[in-house]
Design a protein. Structure first.
Ligand SMILES: O=C(O)/C=C/c1cccc(O)c1
Length: 518
């Protein structure tokens, strides 16, 4: 097998790997994606993404296609075992802070199909399926060598890569290679996941139903025109095999399917999952990075598993592109783990909290839930994520700076706000650095931002961005290509110098992957 050397190899063509490869393709970085399967893995898995992730899908170029295969959901309800509402957290279907509905249901294989089709628009990216990665090796400072075997012909070969992104899932070889271990965050539960299809109208509230029941907690949500997802906590001694047909499943789903006969319900998939909370102790060694399930695993109770991997991809790829182009120094790549790990950990903690609220405490727990549910919005973390659907700010790093008054807007996403000309912020920023300011702008500042490959976004009074800056007690914000605020300042001129320079002549991605292919 003859294989060439490439600047970046992405291992794994799930949503994380496909997102990473698409973003690298948008920067024109030559990228090889390697996957075990020839085509999309057909079984349903993730079913929900939020408006931050929808915004990222728009950046990938698939917002319209995603709208056609998804349905906005109304939010999250905590219910007691009689399905009485204990608490409700509404999500807007209108275009909020990020310009998209706040909760969206979909079928993962359909999303992967459209991400794969979209990848073909990027000539610098090649996707190669049906290959088994057998070894990954890196010597100090040198390129990474990826050994692979064609699963059909048995032919073997080696790819030499400047950087490798390990998007290779929970049983990651990339993780093993860098000697990382998963830290257990103390949550393990066995659940039955059931996907059914029906032409009948179940006439249920179209959001996520979380049944709090220490005996058998459950989740229900409609995920498509005909498709519905249930999850049931398995009792000790029970297995998915006990629920392979509609006769055994019917008693579980009847609270939602009511008078429907078993014949009106078609089983798409039943599977047993062990929900875990884990995070890798380190996410990088030299030129090899971990992303997605290779770096973190979360219970699904706030629907944030897949989104975490896409956030990883968005965080790392623009930095990698800038390093490969010589616009940023290599050490900024350490900011990937510094920023993403605490964020992933805090989302996992929140998922655990919801899971525990659903399952803990016996009858006393149920009584407590009834008492406490109306006050849940007062819990820190819950109030941000569950109530107003914001995720935490990124921690301080080489690329998230602290201003005089603390972090302020830094580390938060700039809203994808409407602009006076009818476009939105992301249309204008388009994957570049943006300097957003409500202060007066000189032609010299404008041309310096432009010369450095960035875009200047003015925020006149009365606009959403003006209000956002004012709430953040600042007049200027430097927004990174992934939409995160790097730093704020009262004077935009103070931020301009932080924009990376264009690549100096002679420095190119090729310099980082000199090595022979075999
Ligand atoms: O908080 C939300 O809007 C959605 C939560 C969610 C989504 C999917 C699956 C879940 O168990 C929860």
């Amino acid at each position: 097998m003859t294989v060439r050397a490439v600047p970046v190899v992405v291992i794994g063509a799930g949503p994380t790997g496909l997102a990473a490869a698409t973003l690298l393709g948008q920067y024109g970085i030559e990228t090889l994606v390697l996957d075990r399967w020839e085509s999309v893995y057909p079984l349903p898995r993730a079913v929900h993404l939020d408006d931050e992730i929808y915004r990222l899908l728009a950046r990938l170029g698939v917002a319209e296609e995603f709208a056609a295969i998804s349905r906005p959901a109304h939010g999250l309800r905590l219910l007691d075992r009689e399905l009485r509402v204990l608490a409700e957290f509404r999500r807007g279907a209108d275009l909020g802070r990020h310009g998209h509905p706040e909760a969206n249901m979909f079928d993962q294989p359909q999303l992967e199909e459209l991400l794969r089709a979209n990848l073909e628009r990027h000539p610098s990216v090649t996707l190669r399926g049906n290959v088994e990665i057998t070894a990954i090796a890196q010597s100090d400072g040198g390129p990474v060598r990826v050994r692979l075997t064609d699963r059909t012909t048995g032919e073997t070969g080696t790819v030499t890569a400047g950087y490798v992104l390990g998007c290779d899932g929970a049983n990651s070889l990339a993780r093993e290679t860098i000697g990382a271990t998963m830290q257990d965050l103390a949550f393990t539960q066995r659940w039955l996941v059931v996907d059914l299809a029906t032409d009948a109208d179940l006439a249920q509230w179209e959001g996520v139903h979380q049944v709090c029941d220490p005996v058998r907690a459950a989740t229900y949500m409609r995920i498509g025109e005909r498709r519905h997802r249930w999850e049931f906590q398995l009792l000790s001694g029970e297995h998915a095999d006990d629920y392979r047909d509609m006769t055994s499943l019917h008693p579980l789903v009847r609270p939602w399917t009511g008078d429907l006969h078993a014949e009106q319900l078609e089983i798409v998939r039943t599977a047993e999952y062990t929900f875990r909370a884990q995070i890798a102790d380190h996410w990088r060694k030299q030129r090899l990075f971990l992303l997605g399930d290779a770096a973190h695993l979360t219970p699904p109770f706030i629907g944030q598993g897949m989104g975490a991997g896409l956030r990883d991809a968005a965080n790392l790829t623009w930095k990698l592109a800038a390093v490969l182009d010589g616009r940023l120094p290599e050490h900024v790549l350490d900011s990937y783990e510094a920023e993403r790990k605490p964020h992933a950990r805090s989302m996992i903690t929140l998922a655990k909290l919801v899971g525990t609220a659903m399952t803990a405490g016996g009858d006393t727990g149920s009584a407590l839930r009834r008492l406490l549910a109306p006050h849940l919005h007062r819990l820190p973390g819950l109030s941000n994520r569950i109530l107003d659907s914001r995720t935490p700010a990124l921690h301080r790093s080489a690329l998230v700076g602290r201003g005089r008054l603390g972090l302020g807007l830094a580390g938060r996403l700039c809203p994808n706000a409407p602009l006076p000309d009818g476009r939105r912020f992301d249309d204008l920023a388009a994957g570049r650095y943006a300097l957003v300011t409500s202060a007066a702008v000189t032609p010299a500042l404008r041309s310096e931002v432009h010369d450095r490959g960035g875009v200047l976004v003015t925020a006149p009074p009365g606009t959403a961005l003006h209000r956002w800056l004012r709430r953040g007690h600042t007049a200027a914000a430097l927004v990174r290509p992934d939409g995160t605020v790097q730093r704020t300042a009262p004077d935009p001129k103070a931020l301009c110098g932080l924009l990376p320079h264009r690549a100096p002549a002679g420095v190119s991605q090729g310099d980082l992957c000199q090595g022979e292919a075999s």
